[in-house]
Ligand binder design. Structure first.
Ligand SMILES: [Zn+2]
Length: 113
């Protein structure tokens, strides 16, 4: 376990995850019911207590009130991107430790069957 996959909802954050079981149509704004539009832009997500800005994050935005909604895949992607950016920012490799990767022999791994 290297990270907790929790998406914290803070009062200062506008992004919201839609949960299943809602009577509303998927693309309707939870705040005003207006049909939301596909959008791409910078969204912030806290990683280890640090606000990470993810550029070009896919989401739904209400053209009327500006409410932002992330669908499951988008929230998942945003979270993954935020962690990747956080690691890059702090010089951490996203594929484990860099030294281990460097010294690993470039040999195709075979199934041990
Ligand atoms: Zn709205």
């Amino acid at each position: 376990m290297t990270q907790k996959a929790t998406l914290k909802q803070t009062s200062g954050q506008h992004a919201r995850t839609v949960r299943g079981g809602s009577a509303r149509p998927e693309d309707a704004c939870p705040a005003c019911g207006t049909l939301m539009k596909e959008a791409k832009g910078s969204l912030k997500l806290p990683v280890n207590g640090e606000q990470i800005t993810v550029p070009s994050a896919s989401h739904l935005m209400c053209p009327k009130c500006g409410e932002v909604v992330l669908r499951f895949q988008e929230a998942k992607r945003l979270h993954e991107d935020a962690i990747a950016l956080y690691r890059r920012k702090h010089g951490l490799s996203s594929a484990g430790t860099q030294s281990a990767w460097r010294h690993a022999p470039r040999r195709p791994s075979r199934p041990t069957d």
